[in-house]
Design a protein around this ligand. Structure first.
Ligand code: OXD
Ligand code: MN
Length: 630
């Protein structure tokens, strides 16, 4: 076994209590050298940042401060340090140049929604679907945890920008963290380093992100958001969504709140470009709940005959979109605020997502995958046949026989790759454009084995918002609890709306008033099954056929018939050339059964009851209209 793996329980996963409040001296931020060599405070840091970093250092009492500059030399040095500390294992550099493996604490492998809070003076600001903590109480609780928590550790100062540099919507954040893994990952996922000081200038407007892995104890784990203060305090977890604070915490929860105040939208959506044979380009934003293939869709490879004809799909982003209405044209534009991917690996392979496989061939971090004897990595679904032996995500010997006997997985079901967007062979040329891209269509989708058709278009914006708000998806084996149960996940944003869901839905309805022409809204379901329980639609690259109808519709070119749920293609409107799906099959998965839709409406009650008394009137009217059509 790699000695670095065997000896790894250092600060990132330590299980001791944080040192109680003490009177340790605050390190002089200018004094170096830190463990990684001198990392003095850059001259460009403004007084607002200095003051706040000093306050946080006084609270957390780190031994050293390290100001990240975002250079490649620095990344290299941090990886080297991480290998020495046992935080990273260097992988086979011939097969995977620049790639490293990280193993997290086994109690810290996913986002902790039940430990995630919106902290405001009044519960109504957080609304019925968020965990809420009163601001002062949250400060008190978290201050106690942060007090002295970085003794013996380095505090990394990680400045970053979410969004293309120069974009009016781009936001600066500064994350203070005692996790080297987080500091390096932020360098892949955001525009990290000195560029952020330049973007910030003398301004006080930056998101204050304080993070400590603490003692990685779920009993002392809190992911707290203070939207009114533009601040995030995260304690006790090193897992991506809890700890890379630019992503879910800033770019969705805090940003959705800022968007509501400033008239734009932060959404849990991929952004893709689709170029037609005549050169015309459309951009599509799509929201699917987790485990519905968002990254796969964002990197879709069209079927051969589409490629031959000149179709090209490109990725702007795979997880988050910020959208606004352009003043001059009245049309929606969007950016991807991130600069990298943090994707789930199990099930990803050269067939399901060759572009994602390409993204992780160099300069990537793998978290909680299995390690092969030659320093390569493996996860369930990577290859048809499992390797004869591996070291599993917890550092234990693993063989297919052990897996059969114990059911133990080699890779954790939520194991991930982190890679820069620039690794993506189909990265859209405008992915970094400060003007963003125009959005022609918004697609909502869920995993539904029955009832919901393959594709349909909303009658109009208000109806589309209702479709998004009532989005449902079936639970899978990847999550604990009963399988196949439909859970409502409005706009796939349920865990990410940083304020009251009532106001969030009103904001969606009102955004229409700013638009002269709005993106067309669609609903897709790749997962409908036949009476024998088989998936009818092949999915993956073949989704291009549905996408083509969506694009044609948003350009006013394709036929659709009116049904009780929306505008729908006839089977002959979807191109089936070259696949083993008949018109009859399409007819079957497009069927709208009025009785099933009555149950669907009843199952939406769960959401409506939660919002009781708080439901925007448009939601009530849309439900009434649907009932009237049945
Ligand atoms: C993610 C998520 O990691 O949605 O992107 O959980
Ligand atoms: Mn996501």
């Amino acid at each position: 076994m790699d000695p670095a793996v065997r000896d790894r329980p250092l600060a990132e996963t330590r299980t001791t209590q944080p040192t109680p409040a003490g009177a340790a001296a605050v390190p002089d931020p200018q004094s170096g050298p830190a463990r990684h060599g001198a990392a003095p405070r850059p001259a460009a840091v403004n007084d607002f940042v200095k003051l706040w970093v000093d306050e946080c250092a006084a609270l957390c009492q780190p031994d050293k401060l390290y100001w990240c500059d975002g250079s490649l030399d620095e990344r290299q040095a941090l990886f080297e340090q991480g290998v020495r500390d046992g935080i990273f294992t260097r992988l086979n550099q011939e097969k995977l140049p620049g790639c490293f493996l990280h193993r997290s604490n086994p109690n810290d492998v996913a986002r902790s929604e039940h430990l995630t809070f919106i902290c405001t003076p009044d519960q109504d600001l957080a609304g019925a679907t968020n965990n809420w903590m009163e601001t002062k109480q949250a400060h008190h609780k978290l201050r106690g945890l942060f007090h002295g928590c970085m003794k013996g550790r380095t505090m990394y100062v990680v400045p970053f920008v979410m969004g293309p540099i120069g974009c009016p919507l781009a936001k600066v954040g500064v994350q203070l963290t005692d996790s080297l893994y987080v500091a390096v990952s932020m360098g892949l996922m955001t525009r990290m380093g000195d560029v952020a000081w330049r973007q910030l200038g003398a301004d006080d407007e930056f998101t204050r992100c304080l993070h400590s892995v603490g003692d990685v104890n779920p009993e002392r784990r809190y992911i707290c958001h203070f939207p009114l203060d533009n601040a995030i305090w995260s304690f006790g977890s090193g897992y991506g969504g809890n700890a890379l604070l630019g992503k879910k915490c800033l770019a969705l929860r805090i940003a959705s709140f800022l968007g509501k105040q400033q008239g734009w939208m932060a959404e849990h959506m991929l952004l893709m470009g689709a170029q037609q044979p005549n050169g015309q380009k459309s951009y599509i934003a799509a929201a699917f709940p987790s485990a519905c293939g968002k990254t796969n869709f964002a990197m879709l490879i069209p079927p051969q005959q589409y490629r031959d004809a000149g179709w090209k799909i490109t990725t702007v982003g795979d997880d988050i979109a910020w959208m606004w209405v352009d003043d001059k044209t009245g049309k929606v534009r969007a950016i991807n605020p991130e600069a990298g991917y943090f994707g789930v690996v199990p099930g990803t392979n050269d067939e399901t997502n060759p572009n994602a496989m390409e993204c992780m061939k160099r300069d990537a971090i793998f978290t909680n995958v299995a390690l092969l004897p030659d320093g390569d990595v493996w996860w369930e679904g990577k290859t048809k046949d499992p390797p004869p032996e591996a070291i599993d995500w917890q550092g234990q010997k693993w063989t297919p026989a052990i897996a059969r006997e114990t059911g133990r997985k080699a890779a954790h079901p939520n194991s991930r790759f982190t890679a820069p967007a620039t690794n993506n062979p189909v990265l859209d040329p405008a992915w970094d454009d400060p003007d963003g891209v125009p959005v022609s269509a918004i697609v909502f989708g869920g995993r539904r084995s029955r009832t919901i058709p393959l594709v349909f278009q909303a009658f109009n914006w208000v109806h589309g918002v209702y479709l998004g708000a009532t989005l449902g998806s079936e639970t899978t084996a990847a999550a604990t609890g009963a399988q196949g149960v439909v859970r409502r996940d409005p706009m796939a944003m349920l865990p990410f709306i940083g304020y009251n869901i009532r106001d969030y839905l009103v904001h969606w309805f009102r955004m229409r008033k700013r638009m002269t022409d709005c993106p067309r809204i669609f609903h897709v379901n790749w997962f409908r099954k036949d009476d024998q329980g088989r998936f009818v639609w092949p999915g993956f690259g073949e989704n291009m056929r549905v996408l083509k109808w969506i694009i044609d519709r948003s350009q006013g070119k394709a036929y659709a018939r009116e049904t009780l749920v929306g505008w729908m293609p006839r089977p002959e409107d979807i191109d089936l050339n070259g696949i083993n799906v008949s018109r009859h099959d399409v007819e079957a998965i497009q069927t709208v059964n009025a009785e099933e839709f009555k149950s669907e409406i009843l199952s939406q009650e769960e959401l409506f009851l939660k919002l009781a008394g708080d439901l925007p009137k448009e939601m009530v009217f849309q439900r009434e209209l649907l009932i009237a059509r049945l």
